[in-house]
Structures are given as C-alpha cells and as structure tokens.
Design a protein around this ligand. Structure first.
Ligand SMILES: Cc1cc2nc3c(=O)[nH]c(=O)nc-3n(C[C@H](O)[C@H](O)[C@H](O)COP(=O)(O)OP(=O)(O)OC[C@H]3O[C@@H](n4cnc5c(N)ncnc54)[C@H](O)[C@@H]3O)c2cc1C
Length: 429
C-alpha cells in the first residue's frame, strides 16, 4: 500500500488570495489545511478598493465600509481641449467602494471555519513532490503532506516559478489619512486619478508622471495618496512624498491632524505568468492574478476561486492522480487561453503607458474614460470577453490623438513577445 496524504489540499499563506481559494475549496467539501507565517486573523495591511457594480454583481455590497457616487478624475486640459478645461473633472458615473477589510477577511474565514479548515502557523521552507504526495517542511522541521499544494504566498512566492524573468513594473504610493485646513476634495467625492501637475517645474514634468488618488472618508477625514502607475525601477518614496507635499502647498492645503501615513507601498503590476506546467498550483498575487492595468485583484479572486476549486475537487476524485496532474487541471482552470491572451494584451498596454510622457498619459486617459462606461469598466475589472477587449482597445486607438497613437504603435522591449503571447499563448517555459 503506497503512502497517502490525509490532506487533500495544503494552502500556503493567509492573505486574500489564500483565504479566497481556501473558502472555495471548503465549499467543495475537501480536506483543506492552511499554513501561514502570520496569524490568519491578523489585520491586513492594505485597503482594498473595488467598483460598485463589480461588488454588486458579486452580491457583496454589505462588505463595503465606504461607497462613493461622486467619482471623478482630473486629467487637466488634454492637447485637444481648451486651456479653460484644466480643472474640469472627468465624471465616471460609476460608484466606487472601499472594502471594510475586517469584514472581507471574516467573510472568507467564516466559510473556512464552516468547512472545518485547519490552520497552522509556520514558514514553509522545503518542498518534495513524489507521484502521490507533496511534502512541505517548515523552518522548524514540521512536515505537512497533501495531495495538492497551493502556493498563495504573495508576490515573492516561496515555491512557484515564473514562466519568464523580466524587470517588474512596480506601482508605488505614499498616502496620508488625516484632516486638512480646507477639504482637499469635494464632500462625498472619490478621485480615481488627479494628473494635474501645475505644481511641478518644467524639468519635473519630463520625469515619470505621478497622480493623486483621493477620497472623502467622512467626518472631516480624507485619504490622499500620491501614486506612480507602475515603473521599473519604481518611483521612490521620497519623490512621492515631496510631490504630495508640493501638490498640497500649491492648493494652499495643510494637514492639520495626521492620523496615518502609508509609506512606500509596493505593488508589482506586470508579473509574468507562472510556469503553468509546474506541479504546484498558485493563487493570488503569487499566480500573477493582479490586474496589470489597475493593480486590483479582489474582484478577480472572488470570481475565479469557485471555478478553480470545482476543477480541483473533480481532479482529486481520482485517487491515483499525481500532484502534477491535479495542479495541471488547476492551472488550466485558472489561466485558460482566453485569460492568458487578455493578460498579454493588458501587459502590452502597460508597457506602452510606462513609456508615455505626462501629456501623452493625460490624453490617453481622457480618451480611455470617454469610451462607453461598459467598455472602460469592463477593461478595468477584466470582465470583457477577449473580442470585446480588443474592440475597446481598437476604438480607443482610432479615437486617440496622434501623440497617443504614435506612442501606441512603436514596438520596444518585450512588446513583441507579449503580442506573440496574445496571438499564440504558450504554457511552456
Ligand atoms: C499597496 C497595495 C494596494 C492594493 N490595493 C488593492 C485594491 O485597492 N484592490 C484590490 O483588489 N487589490 C489591491 N491590491 C492588490 C492585492 O489585492 C493585494 O496585494 C493582496 O494583498 C494580495 O494578496 P495575496 O494573498 O496574493 O498575497 P499577500 O496578501 O501578500 O499574502 C501572502 C501571505 O503568504 C504568507 N507567507 C509568505 N511567505 C510564507 C511562507 N514561506 N510560508 C507560509 N506563509 C507565507 C504571508 O504571511 C501572507 O499571509 C493592492 C496591493 C498593494 C500592495
């Protein structure tokens, strides 16, 4: 009789990625255990935003702590607009929400507890895989044996391998929560992107652009964050800090009470897809599930986890299926060809944006948010079909001014590779 594992699936990590897939596997009545270096109930460090319609479609609107109807961006006057339009907001006409992160965490943990998931603390260190079992050993020498291992340890996964190595574009931000002498945004307003940059010198305007992400949190409190969309090497914390300071000074704004400072958050935007032939499955940031254009992931975790869990449950039904065979079914469900092609297109687009000067970026976004909301919303939430995504990008290209079109047409760096992945998505290394 061969050695068999008593656990169906061992999930590594306790972030949103790990909890989403564990909850979904629990619903499939699998024996799931979680091994994480932190307490699974420890508060998460980040705040998670989501579009109102997206959270409504998931039926999870009660998990929001804030919801804004007045959602706008400022792109200044683009090259085709009169100068007088400099401070005219682009109205998005779509609600935006912030998750109450404790509620979101509890939502998943409750489902895990209902499925009798077992939690363990420890740092996964070593992995061995034979024809039936994955054995994970922690730094303390404790062993866990499971039929499938899911690595959800975030952007620097402990065991997963990427399909390719390239310099990763990093989104960086510097944020403050506090009170101000004058409201920095209108009452009840959410600002997705404020790209106005009158506070910068002509030389600084030549440097990588940054924008303000801002919201009224109610009761006189505001959250303001100077953000770089994504760059390699990333825009430094000092630059972001100094730009936010000068943006505020330019508008005679002062922080009267600083409640919280978010220092140098770091978000990899264009991670290459994992090697889809490896015998370990990934989920969350580890498996490149972050949307390369928006940096968001929670909506995707909620939509994609049930399908992947169902496929895993079916694969586990065969008692002789190897970890590699089960993982391969999981990878195929997580990254089917259509999603891989869309991912290549998004990454292709991000490559272009990273090279854009500030004026091109403004023109690009003015054009992007002039698309019908179904298209730009579907683009940002990754809910368009491949053909609709291509259509939206094509319309955007046709309507863009020439400075943007030229920027979109030139091919540099890994763009040809990404275009090839769009045409013929590969799963091999
Ligand atoms: C600043 C910032 C803002 C973001 N904002 C949004 C947003 O508004 N909306 C949105 O949808 N997404 C957002 N994201 C993207 C994404 O949702 C988050 O990054 C999310 O936290 C990723 O979840 P994860 O579970 O994949 O990884 P993580 O949250 O990084 O969790 C990794 C887990 O693995 C554990 N771990 C690590 N190594 C080991 C080991 N060796 N053994 C055992 N356990 C280990 C860690 O303890 C942790 O529990 C944001 C990301 C960042 C960085």
């Amino acid at each position: 009789m061969r050695n068999r594992a008593s656990i169906d699936v061992l999930v590594l990590g306790a972030g949103p990625g790990a909890l989403a897939i564990t909850a979904a596997l629990g619903k499939e009545k699998l024996r799931v255990e979680v091994l994480s270096s932190n307490d699974h109930k420890a508060p998460w460090p980040y705040t998670y935003g989501i579009w109102g319609e997206e959270v409504d479609e998931l039926g999870l609107q009660d998990l929001l702590e804030h919801r804004w109807k007045n959602t706008v961006s400022f792109f200044g006057a683009g090259s085709a607009q009169p100068r007088a339009d400099e401070n005219k907001p682009t109205k998005h006409g779509c609600d935006y929400g912030l998750f109450d992160k404790r509620k979101l965490q509890h939502y998943w943990i409750k489902q895990c507890e209902e499925a009798a998931v077992k939690w363990h603390r420890g740092i996964a260190h070593n992995l061995e895989i034979d024809d039936l079992i994955c054995t994970v050993t922690t730094t303390e020498g404790i062993k866990f044996k499971a039929r499938l291992l899911i690595d959800a340890t975030g952007y620097e996964p402990v065991f997963l391998k990427a399909s390719k190595n390239w310099p990763i574009a990093i989104q960086t931000c510097y944020g403050v929560v506090g009170r101000f002498n004058t409201p920095p945004v209108e009452e009840g307003q959410f600002v997705l992107m404020d790209y106005r940059c009158d506070h910068l010198s002509p030389e600084e305007k030549e440097k990588p652009p940054t924008f303000l992400y801002a919201m009224d949190l109610g009761n006189g409190r505001f959250f303001l964050e100077e953000t770089s969309l994504g760059l390699s090497p990333p825009v430094t914390l000092e630059t972001l800090q100094s730009r936010l300071k000068r943006r505020l000074a330019h508008r005679n704004l002062e922080i009267t009470a600083l409640e919280h400072e978010e220092l140098g958050l770091y978000l990899p935007m264009n991670m290459p897809l994992p090697d889809l032939q490896q015998p370990v499955l990934g989920f969350g940031g580890a498996a490149a599930m972050v949307h390369p254009a928006s940096g968001y992931m929670v909506g995707g975790l909620l939509r994609r986890s049930p399908t992947v869990a169902k496929v895993i449950a079916k694969a586990l039904f065969d008692p002789n299926a190897s970890p590699a065979a089960i993982a391969s079914k999981g990878w195929a469900a997580l990254w089917p060809p259509e999603l891989r092609r869309k991912q290549a297109l998004y990454q292709f687009g991000l490559e272009k944006l990273m090279r854009f000067e500030e004026s091109q970026l403004r023109d690009f976004f003015i054009g992007f948010f002039a698309l019908p909301s179904k298209q730009w919303y579907g683009f940002l939430t990754n809910t368009l079909s491949l053909s609709d995504l291509v259509k939206a990008m094509w319309i955007m290209f046709l309507k863009a001014p020439w400075n943007v079109r030229w920027g979109l047409m030139g091919m540099q760096g890994r763009e040809l590779y990404l275009l090839w992945q769009f045409l013929r998505p590969q799963i091999k290394k």
